[in-house]
Design a protein around this ligand. Structure first.
Ligand SMILES: *[C@@H]1O[C@H](CO)[C@@H](O)[C@H](O)[C@H]1NC(C)=O
Ligand SMILES: *[C@@H]1O[C@H](CO)[C@@H](O)[C@H](O)[C@H]1NC(C)=O
Ligand SMILES: *[C@@H]1O[C@H](CO)[C@@H](O)[C@H](O)[C@H]1NC(C)=O
Ligand SMILES: *[C@@H]1O[C@H](CO)[C@@H](O)[C@H](O)[C@H]1NC(C)=O
Ligand SMILES: *[C@@H]1O[C@H](CO)[C@@H](O)[C@H](O)[C@H]1NC(C)=O
Length: 661
């Protein structure tokens, strides 16, 4: 056998092998590309925004840098004169965290017919080129020079608060895929946000470009959900549908950027023994509350929602859920706005239930203007925005458990000042209320309020979640794992066990008790009134947070028990009325972590009659406009400032610790 013949046979073998591999069935799919540009981390979407009609113009971009054939460029659809480009880019830089002047080395400008050169922003020399495709929104892009296709740009951020369970890329069709990007960060995900310049608010798209995080109990098409449980995440396939609530946000133009951590199965968990003793975490690590010393319990169950809105200025809204306080708790602990809405304002299809009788979907936000728009989108005709109306605010302001004097407590002084300012603002008076006494007067000889309601909430959530979540989960898990049980955190286990201990009739009894309370309360205190600008006969306040700084996440606490008892926080849960958290300030207290004074939020809850959600949001807006409360900032305090953990040694000229071997 001659050597050449031998070589030939090997080659033909290789060829037939390659043919057999049938390249036509192989799918090579781009999941996008990560780059840095002037030290900023970006993601290039795999979904083209359109093509330049005359790709040959891109040939002139030889001086523009390129990665894998992608070049940073800018599209300008506005009819601006070339001489106004630098002013335009300065405006863009101010409103958008994705655009930077370096994208303007090549500018495709509508209405020009020839290529020209000019200096624009920040000393960047721009090549200005004709743009013929009117379908591509203005903003920064990466141009694929080989095809003339333009790809949207996302800026990448570190989820240092640990707020997210998954980082998502919203596809042009409105379903989702995982964002395939990772930037430096310690055990944290990378979240991507698209340029704000791509989106224009319209009547049909009032949330255009608004960036939203979604509690990981809402099912989104194209993603797997966890409900805060790893066994659940791994057991079930990718969701093929997005539920009504999130679809409404997407249809209104919102950009969903990720799924956010709930405590497990949306049951209340405290960030300590049952969720995250130091390194000994149970299933998922609790997110970090950025306020004060940075080691306070973020509250639950919309924990990722609350921590993200208090930590990230690149995120506008988080959607959570509130069954027994899961939005109000995190809103108060993080010092941001949050609403438990009136019950049943939006269908909760494709959302994990805790109790269908009590579950609600609501928002955590910094800006009460966006809050109103988001509510209008989510609740549609069941929400009446009063944004453009002067309300006739109710003059009866009930308080529950408010301090009677400031004493030497700065938080009490703040609460009383707020109450005073609020009653003056609405032209009313404050009426302290003791609900247990009121009930006893109305129901002489009957059960006390505590007897009636002590186990009502615990019964509703445990009986319903056992039937709707645990039973199918355990059945499916056992089928896949030879009869085994999945791991479940201590808090849901304790609650479900309580449900198991009750007879089936307990659920009906709980609904009866709830209805008894609701009918009494809603007829006596927060009564709907016919004047839509008043809506409610009264307002009712209680204290959400007193800025104590005493809920450190490294405490050892006792084992979780079912949520027995009655408190002010249960009123809206059982009476179905809206209950909104307003951050009113912050107070200093000495942190045992930092050995330094730190600031912790003070917040109140305000309730109104069922259906008066718009009134409470308008009140928040008006109180901000009147200077009585302020829009909270992200950071260590509600007026801003570095989150302590994010301060850098280099900023002080301090170098790395050198280990000497
Ligand atoms: C930049 O913004 C200012 C203030 O909104 C506006 O007056 C001006 O026209 C803008 N310039 C351009 C070129 O868009
Ligand atoms: C693009 O527009 C310019 C000027 O508006 C025009 O001269 C040019 O022919 C157009 N190119 C194509 C491919 O339509
Ligand atoms: C999603 O899957 C379910 C169950 O397999 C099926 O009934 C439903 O029609 C699917 N929905 C869509 C939009 O494909
Ligand atoms: C509430 O119910 C639990 C469970 O039955 C019981 O242990 C507790 O003592 C009750 N509390 C009150 C105040 O009745
Ligand atoms: C309902 O109320 C009665 C008192 O009238 C109380 O004994 C019972 O425990 C309550 N049950 C539930 C499930 O709330």
């Amino acid at each position: 056998m001659s050597p050449s013949r031998s070589l030939l046979s090997v080659c033909s073998l290789a060829l037939s092998f390659l043919t057999a591999a049938s390249p036509s069935s192989a799918q090579l799919v781009s999941t996008g590309l990560s780059v840095t540009f002037n030290d900023v981390y970006y993601f290039i979407s795999p979904y083209s925004a359109g093509r330049l009609e005359d790709p040959s113009t891109s040939v002139s971009l030889t001086k523009v840098p390129s990665v894998f054939g992608f070049k940073p460029v800018t599209v300008v659809q506005d009819a601006v004169a070339r001489s106004d480009l630098s002013a335009l880019f300065a405006n863009w830089t101010a409103i958008d965290d994705v655009f930077q002047p370096a994208f303007s080395q090549a500018v495709f400008l509508a209405g020009v017919s020839c290529i020209s050169k000019r200096a624009t922003a920040d000393g960047v020399s721009s090549l200005v080129l004709p743009l013929n495709n009117t379908g591509i929104p203005s903003g920064p892009y990466f141009l694929e020079t080989a095809t003339g296709s333009l790809y949207p740009v996302y800026r990448l951020y570190e989820d240092f608060a640990g707020s997210f369970t998954e980082s998502l890329l919203q596809k042009p069709g409105g379903d989702f895929e995982i964002l395939s990007a990772q930037i430096p960060g310690s055990a944290s995900l990378t979240v991507g946000v698209p340029s704000r310049l791509y989106y224009t608010k319209t009547a049909a798209k009032p949330l255009a470009g608004i960036r939203i995080g979604v509690k990981d109990i809402y099912q989104l098409a194209g993603t797997k959900g966890s409900n805060g449980n790893r066994a659940w995440y791994n057991l079930y396939p990718v969701n093929n549908e997005t539920g009504t609530a999130i679809q409404r946000l997407v249809d209104a133009g919102a950009q969903i950027v990720g799924l956010q951590k709930p405590s497990q199965f949306a049951n209340g968990e405290t960030a300590t023994a049952d969720w995250c003793i130091n390194s000994l975490e149970v299933d998922y690590h609790s997110p970090f509350n950025p306020r004060g010393d940075g080691y306070q319990d973020p509250s639950s169950s919309s924990s990722g929602a609350g921590t993200s809105i208090a930590s990230y200025d690149w995120l506008d809204i988080a959607i959570g859920s509130d069954t027994g306080g899961s939005i109000r708790g995190p809103a108060g602990s993080q010092g941001i706005f949050g609403n438990r809405p009136s019950h049943d304002l939006v269908s909760l299809d494709h959302v994990m239930p805790l109790s269908t009788a009590l579950d609600t979907a609501g928002f955590l936000v910094r800006d009460p203007l966006i809050w109103d728009v988001a509510n209008s989108v989510l609740y549609e005709e069941k929400y009446t925005s009063l944004a453009t109306v002067k309300p006739n605010y109710p003059k009866t302001v009930y308080t529950l458990g408010f301090p009677t004097s400031a004493g030497n407590s700065a938080a009490n002084a703040m609460l009383l000042n707020f109450l005073n300012a609020l009653t003056q603002f609405v032209g009313g008076t404050a009426t302290p209320l003791n609900l247990a006494n009121e009930w006893a007067t109305s129901n002489a000889g009957g059960p006390t309020l505590t007897q009636l309601l002590n186990i009502t909430y615990a019964t509703l959530i445990s009986k319903e979640q056992v039937a709707l979540v645990r039973e199918p989960f355990y059945r499916d898990y056992a089928a896949v794992h030879d009869g085994r049980l999945p791991f479940v955190d201590p808090a849901p286990i304790a609650r479900w066990a309580f449900g198991d201990s009750l007879p089936a009739s307990a659920l009906d009894q709980a609904i009866q008790n709830k209805t008894l309370f609701m009918d009494w309360f809603n007829a006596k205190f927060l009564v709907p009134v016919s004047d839509p600008t008043q809506c409610s006969s009264g307002l009712m306040l209680y204290v959400a947070n007193t800025g104590s700084g005493n809920s450190l996440r490294n405490r050892y606490i006792s084992a979780p028990t079912p949520p027995f008892g009655f408190s002010s926080g249960r009123i809206s849960v059982l009476a179905e009325v809206p209950d909104h958290v307003l951050p009113i300030g912050q107070v200093a207290s000495k942190s045992s972590v930092t050995n330094h004074d730190e600031y912790f939020p003070v917040a109140v809850d305000i309730m109104a009659a069922k259906g008066c959600d718009g009134l409470l949001v308008k009140l928040a807006q008006d109180l901000v406009n009147a200077g009585i409360i302020a829009i909270p900032e992200v950071g260590a305090t509600i007026t801003g400032g570095d989150i302590l953990m994010k301060r850098r040694a280099e900023a002080m000229g301090i170098e790395h610790v050198r280990y000497v071997g």
